[in-house]
Ligand binder design. Structure first.
Ligand SMILES: [Zn+2]
Length: 270
């Protein structure tokens, strides 16, 4: 196998990361690419950051953005016009991060539900996939997706931490389930049990950076260059090589987001 084909065969896609204006995004991307990460979906979460994250999108380099309002800041919702404008850009390929978070309830639950429904309907109208955050809100989240997301619109349950039964129900509704660094934590047996019931065709990988750095970096600031650590653990759990898992999950991400990754420089791979 040549260096080039080895490089091409190990190409991860980080489907969920956050970038703040203080980050050196170029350095972050360079380090990630050197680690074999060739696709990035940067999440927008607020009225303040959606514009700047959308501006990072650069499909020629495998960088895409999502635009949406996180449940924590659902109270700040004042209309869809900003989001419609951003989602008209070719690099803004998904509606997210949206959803429900009853763990923190930083916005009132009723407001979270209203705003989540509005964004699910936006995804339906635009025909773009939805990136969903669901914490301690499983039943309501499922109900709102049923009621407000048009059948056939792809959606991701990001940072999936539910039970095998919940995984099964989401899969039955057509979801893609995304795993992050928690899968590497010693005590996260529940996550690995759920992973066991998720077919690889329905799996995505993410860092959720800067949060949830995988072992052995747990507790440190996460970055997309750590995605292979998530992928290697998931591959081991699924009985696959890292190369095979990377190929399947990156293919899943590209299909879901309707994008095609550019070839990445083999020189950057090792
Ligand atoms: Zn997130």
């Amino acid at each position: 196998m040549t260096t080039e084909s080895q490089g091409r065969s190990l190409l991860w896609f980080d489907t969920h990361l956050h970038v703040s204006p203080d980050d050196d995004f170029e350095a972050m991307v360079a380090a990630a690419r050197a680690a074999g990460v060739g696709g990035f979906l940067v999440q927008g979460t607020s009225l303040d950051d959606c514009g700047s994250t959308a501006a990072l999108g650069d499909p020629a380099r495998g960088i895409y953005a999502a635009a949406g309002l996180h449940p924590h800041v659902a109270s700040s919702f004042d209309g869809l016009s900003l989001f419609r404008d951003l989602l008209a850009r070719p690099a803004v390929v998904a509606v997210g991060e949206i959803g429900l978070d009853y763990h923190y309830n930083l916005s009132p639950p009723e407001r979270q539900r209203e705003v989540f429904a509005v964004f699910l309907e936006l995804a339906s109208a635009l025909g773009k996939p939805a990136v969903i955050h669901c914490r301690d809100a499983y039943a309501d989240c499922r109900q709102l997706v049923r009621d407000h997301l048009r059948p056939g619109i792809p959606f991701i349950i990001h940072s999936f931490t539910g039970t095998p039964d919940e995984a099964g129900e989401w899969l039955g509704m057509g979801a893609m389930l995304s795993m992050n660094g928690m899968v590497t934590f010693n005590k996260a047996v529940n996550i690995r049990e759920a992973l066991a019931v998720i077919p690889v065709e329905r799996l995505l990988l993410e860092t959720d950076s800067p949060y949830l750095a995988p072992a052995p970096y747990r507790g440190r600031t996460n970055c997309p260059a750590f995605l292979p650590l998530v992928g290697q653990r998931v591959a081991r759990e699924k009985g696959l090589t890292a190369e095979a898992l990377a190929a399947v999950t990156t293919g899943n991400a590209c299909r879901l987001l309707n994008v095609e990754l550019p070839a990445i420089e083999p020189a950057g791979m090792s």
